[in-house]
Design a protein around this ligand. Structure first.
Ligand code: AMP
Ligand code: MG
Length: 399
């Protein structure tokens, strides 16, 4: 067995960041930028009001309550062509540009407008600048809004739009093929024949791939047949940037994935000192990384989290591809025996009110018990030994 870190560094050496491309803003979500993005102009682009109310001269309302002459209305999007003179006010809506002459906004709740709309009573004094959002308050002209290497999340996309950047330089979104292998697998709802089970891995793995921001490509189900596995792998390596398979990498008589990949690729078959997900076949076919994950449903997911997610993140241009654990405490005993492996237990972690996550097993810990994985929101990392007792610290890999 080799340590997790060694297996993962080997995976990361073979996964390289993709092509640098420019994509439309609408296509940029979850990608990583390749250059600094600077603002050509300020945000907000003009002084505007943060409230519905009245634009006034602060000096005029210093002795409030006062009555001001109302000289017009400015809506959001309107040109502020009404000057506010001494003793005057302009009705103004949130987001509208400040009219010349005014230096403060009184919110509508502090005012009473005359029924003929010729005057307004202001109940309280306000300071200069009250409720005004000044030009450049969020972003200044020339400011680097995000450095190269930024992972574009929803708010980043909004900032790009607000600075008028609609073509975004990024690492290309990798296409990741997903294949299930096994004679026992049935695609679709059934009915199941004798000895058959539904192919669940492909559905979890497709969703896991998409959760990284990469694009999952469903390459279907391949039986335990050497020829068909070879054809499927060659085609997958040619059409995708990486391939994730499940099944066929253990010690069984019909575990052809390992055999075929050894023949056609530059593969390494590893026994990693972890439980679940000990076997991993990883390498390249014509330069395309192939993740040969184990078939047991929990194992394939854990293996994805530990190896494929890190590899795909590196391909997407992340400089910190390995997801970092957070520290929580054991909400119940997490017992195990020494076996030379690090265990990744399926746990449910909840905030315990003391600013900590308290984690307990989310169900049965067998590698076929996928329902405990579904009930889990984290993997608890239990080092080799006798386990972790209630109240002791435990590292959690959030799912
Ligand atoms: P293998 O790694 O091919 O030896 O498979 C190990 C176990 O995982 C066996 O019980 C398989 O039936 C099961 N298995 C393999 N592939 C899948 C799959 N795609 N969906 C659900 N179970 C699977
Ligand atoms: Mg199999």
């Amino acid at each position: 067995m080799i340590p997790l870190e060694e297996a993962r560094s080997f995976v990361l050496t073979k996964c390289v960041a993709g092509e640098q491309v420019t994509v439309a803003l609408a296509e940029a979500g979850d990608l990583v930028t390749t250059t600094d993005l600077a603002a050509a102009g300020p945000i907000p682009p003009f002084d505007n009001t943060a409230m519905d109310g009245f634009a006034v001269r602060a000096a005029d309302v210093a002795a409030a309550p006062v009555t001001l002459e109302m000289v017009g209305t400015i809506a959001a999007g309107a040109i502020p062509d009404i000057e506010v003179g001494p003793g005057q006010a302009v009705r103004i809506m949130t987001g509208a540009p400040m009219p010349p002459g005014a230096d403060a906004v009184v919110m509508v709740e502090l005012t009473t407008m005359a029924t003929d709309e010729t005057s307004v009573d202001v109940a309280e004094a306000v300071p200069i600048g009250n409720h005004i959002r000044p030009t450049g308050d969020d972003v200044e002209t020339g400011q680097i809004v995000f450095p190269a290497g930024t992972h574009l999340k929803p708010a980043h996309l909004g900032v790009c739009a607000s600075i008028g950047v609609y073509d975004i330089p990024v690492f290309a979104r990798p296409r990741i093929g997903v294949i299930s292998t096994g004679d026992e697998l049935l695609d679709g709802p059934g009915p199941l024949g004798i000895g058959q089970i539904h192919d669940s891995n492909r559905h979890t793995l497709l969703a896991l791939v998409n959760s990284t921001g990469a694009r999952a490509v469903d390459l279907g189900l391949v039986p335990d047949d050497e020829e068909q596995i070879r054809d499927a792998m060659v085609a997958a390596a040619a059409s995708c940037d990486a391939v994730v398979t499940s099944g066929g990498v253990s010690m069984g008589d019909f575990d052809y994935v390992k055999k075929v990949l050894t023949e056609i690729g530059d593969m390494r078959w590893m026994q990693v000192a972890i439980k679940p997900a000990k076997p991993l076949a990883f390498g390249t076919v014509d330069g395309t990384p192939i993740f040969g994950l184990p078939g047991n449903p929990v194992s394939s997911m854990v293996s994805f989290e530990l190896f494929a997610r890190a590899g795909i993140r590196k391909m997407m241009g992340h400089t910190d591809p390995i997801p970092a654990p957070i520290q929580g405490i054991a909400g119940a005993d997490m017992l195990r025996g020494p076996d030379g492996k690090t265990h990744f237990a399926r746990v449910h972690a909840t905030a315990n009110g003391n600013g900590q996550y308290s984690a307990s097993f989310s169900g049965g810990q067998g590698s076929h018990q996928l329902s405990a994985m579904a009930a889990a929101n984290a993997l608890a990392i239990i080092p080799n030994g006798n386990g972790i007792l209630t109240g002791e610290p435990v590292d959690l890999l959030l799912l």
